[in-house]
Design a protein. Structure first.
Length: 191
């Protein structure tokens, strides 16, 4: 699967979940132990804007550290609209010229375009799963996309150091488990 296709499909997958979040669920805990639903929405929207900036080699519109939270509430009163706006900006940046193939300066050092796209795709897709789980929505992911993201994760997050403090140790699942289950278990989430 090509980087842009995976990026676009991950954004679309999570876009199908965000509108299903009810206002009464914003304080519900998520599989990301330190974040409730509102924080997770803000992380997702912030990640879209951060990817737009990084892929454009520009200053971020809403500064935030990779893997962190923006300094303000980006979800606001209409998280679906905020997500759609961030999605459009991120997809436009990803679709411009060689944005997904050339290196980019990031807060973590220079990063090849395919790696930057891979991490963003992983983040958006898996946090969409987290959001679905937290809000009682269907959490199955497209099998081909989940498999593609799992392949990337297994290459990029092989060591404890590369997993950092936000990605738990892999959990065991049967080898023939659905791709969604294998992906989330690899990232320390209970399928």
């Amino acid at each position: 699967m090509e980087s842009y296709t995976a990026f676009e499909q991950a954004i679309e997958s999570t876009a199908g979940i965000v509108p299903g979040v009810r206002a009464s669920q914003l304080t519900v805990p998520t599989p990301c132990a330190e974040w409730d639903v509102r924080a997770l929405l803000n992380h997702l929207i912030g990640t879209l804007w951060l990817s737009q900036a990084l892929l454009s080699d520009a200053a971020p519109r809403y500064p935030m550290a990779p893997g962190g939270l923006p300094g303000s509430d980006l979800a606001g009163a209409d998280p679906a609209a905020a997500y759609a706006e961030g999605s459009a900006a991120a997809l436009a940046a990803a679709g411009t010229g060689d944005a997904l193939t050339r290196p980019h300066p990031t807060p973590l050092g220079d990063m090849p375009g395919p790696v930057l796209a891979g991490f963003t795709t992983l983040d958006i897709l898996v946090h969409g799963w987290d959001l679905a789980r937290a809000t009682g929505q269907p959490s199955g992911l497209d099998a081909a996309l989940a498999g593609h993201v799992l392949d990337f994760a297994q290459q990029a997050l092989m060591t404890e150091e590369s997993r950092g403090s936000r990605v738990g140790p892999a959990l065991p699942v049967p080898a023939d488990a659905p791709a969604t289950d294998r992906l989330v278990a690899f990232l320390g989430r209970q399928p």
